[in-house]
Design a protein around this ligand. Structure first.
Ligand code: ADQ
Length: 484
């Protein structure tokens, strides 16, 4: 048994997430196949899955299509069929129109609709039933994220033999915001079906434990919630704790060291006109990521003459996201309008200060972009963690480059040596950008050195060992309970 297998004690691992971690691609000969899809969740758990192997239950990505289970690498994928109406009500509605804005500090107004909730409940039940039918005896089931918060309790009812883990990739909201949710008790009870609930930050875990005390009256002793015996079963405990997620730092560093990646980074800079400073932003096109604030700051700096459009280029990569949800369509229109205005006002023939790319890139190309960038701007208004910040740091073994990081990203807890900013404070953001653009080499080196140590000390293996270690302990304490 290798170290990773040891983490599950040889039990089968079943991952559950809204989307399967794969996209369908059409090959040159017209046939279709599957490949791993980009995104925060996949980036983080891929190395674990590759080593452990797993069953993965989730939606395959197109409406009203039944896809048979299939194998890909070390994974057996079990698709769940969702109808167009399920997607509109459960996914675009309750998940992304209610929970996403509520859990991100109500940056956008959450909408509360009973038919969205009703469908959320029903789709969660279908996920639970599929997992119950798929998981082997005593398996460890790891449920991911806000779309599936009711699955743990539903699954426990169907399969009490399983060990159930839940991980929330986004923030858990503070008390007064969570209290807005008309179904707050049901959500808390749904999550408490798990044995271990993982959060990104201490503040998330604390907010959750307070919600439990308020809405269920179950007391918390440190990180552990004690559920009293009830008609549903005997007394048991739930661990609700922070496990800050990370990346496979070495795999990014390895790509960054390749001569062809370094060559590609040079080529990118040359294609941008070899400016003195290349700034980079990489985000899903989401209103939580603070792209509008960032563009506003950049524009004002050009207007004030504090940045010179002939010696700086800002590359903004914005991955397409949730394009059928109104707030996202509106955001895209606004961002693209602003990009046009900035380039119209400050560009010259053959030279635009803003390079906007609305599409996905391969991992190799992302690493080349990180190497090409003197400054990375990560300025979300709220973010569970933000892996882009960690990826940039992992790639910079030359100890150059400056990370400007929002204090509202979970990553700010660990990456204290970044230039930390409050993205709502446009003057403060502008000052940090100017400081980053002029930071002396020695200060860059000192900061990047400390940042790299922080990422290396808590890479994805460390995260997985902590989280799965807690899950394994829960599984074993359950066995003792059953046996004794
Ligand atoms: P996301 O909101 O998706 O994740 P993030 O953590 O930054 O945000 O992860 C994005 C991932 O997608 C990164 O690995 C990045 O390299 C990749 N990516 C982004 N744009 C890309 C593009 N155009 N082409 C290719 N790859 C691209 C959610 C939460 C975060 C949390 C993660 C993991 O919102 O707060 O950090 O889950 O828990």
């Amino acid at each position: 048994m290798n170290a990773m297998q040891d983490m599950t004690g040889g039990r089968e691992l079943v991952m559950v997430s809204n989307r399967l971690p794969v996209d369908r691609v059409t090959n040159d000969d017209g046939s279709t196949s599957w490949r791993a899809s980009p995104g925060g969740l996949v980036t983080a758990v891929q190395p674990i899955v590759e080593q452990l192997g797993c069953v993965w239950v989730g939606w395959a990505g197109s409406a009203d299509e039944a896809v048979e289970p299939f194998e890909l690498g070390a994974m057996r994928l079990v698709p769940i069929e969702l109808s167009a109406e399920d997607i509109a009500l459960y996914y675009e509605g309750f998940s992304n129109g209610t929970l996403w804005p509520l859990y991100h500090d109500v940056i956008a107004q959450p909408e509360y609709h009973r038919e969205w909730w009703d469908r959320y409940r029903r789709v969660n039940q279908r996920f639970a039933e599929q997992v119950a039918a798929t998981a082997s005896e005593q398996a460890i089931v790891w449920v991911h994220d806000y779309q599936l918060q009711l699955v743990p309790a539903m699954l426990r009812e169907l399969r009490p033999d399983l060990t159930i883990a839940f991980f929330l990739h986004i923030p858990f909201p503070p008390g007064r915001l969570f209290a807005q949710l008309p179904w707050r008790r049901q959500v808390v009870r749904g999550l408490l079906g798990a044995d271990v609930i993982g959060f990104q930050q201490t503040t998330d875990a604390v907010a959750f434990r307070m919600a439990v005390e308020r809405f269920t009256r179950a007391p918390a002793l440190g990180n552990t919630i004690v559920l009293p015996a009830s008609a549903d079963g005997p007394s048991r405990t739930v661990l609700a704790q922070e496990f800050p997620i990370s990346i496979d730092a070495e795999s990014f560093a390895e790509i960054a060291r390749r001569p062809e990646t370094r060559e590609r980074a040079k080529e990118i800079r040359a294609d941008l006109g070899d400016p003195r400073i290349v700034m980079l932003g990489v985000d899903r096109l989401d209103y939580t990521k603070g792209i509008r604030h960032r563009l506003k700051a950049f524009n004002e700096l050009l207007e004030d003459g504090e940045l010179d459009p002939t010696d700086i280029v800002f590359v903004q990569v914005a991955s397409p996201s949730r394009e059928r949800v109104d707030a996202y369509r509106q955001l895209r229109d606004e961002v693209e309008g602003t990009v046009g205005r900035i380039n119209g006002a400050h560009g010259t023939i053959g030279r635009a200060p803003l390079n906007y790319l609305h599409r996905g890139f391969t991992r190799d190309e992302m690493v080349a972009l990180y190497l090409a960038a003197d400054v990375l701007l990560v300025t979300p208004l709220r973010d569970g963690m933000n892996l882009v910040a960690k990826e940039y740091v992992a790639c910079r073994d030359d100890e150059r480059g400056v990370l400007v990081l929002s204090e509202f990203a979970g990553a700010a807890d660990e990456l204290r040596d970044a230039l930390l900013v409050n993205p709502h404070d446009i003057e403060g953001l502008k000052a940090a950008i100017v400081r980053a653009a002029h930071m002396p080499r020695e200060e860059q080196r000192r900061r990047m050195h400390a940042l790299r140590r922080a990422v290396a000390d808590n890479d994805v293996a460390h995260w997985a060992a902590g989280y799965l270690g807690a899950v394994r302990a829960a599984a074993e304490s359950g066995e003792i309970g059953v046996g004794g």
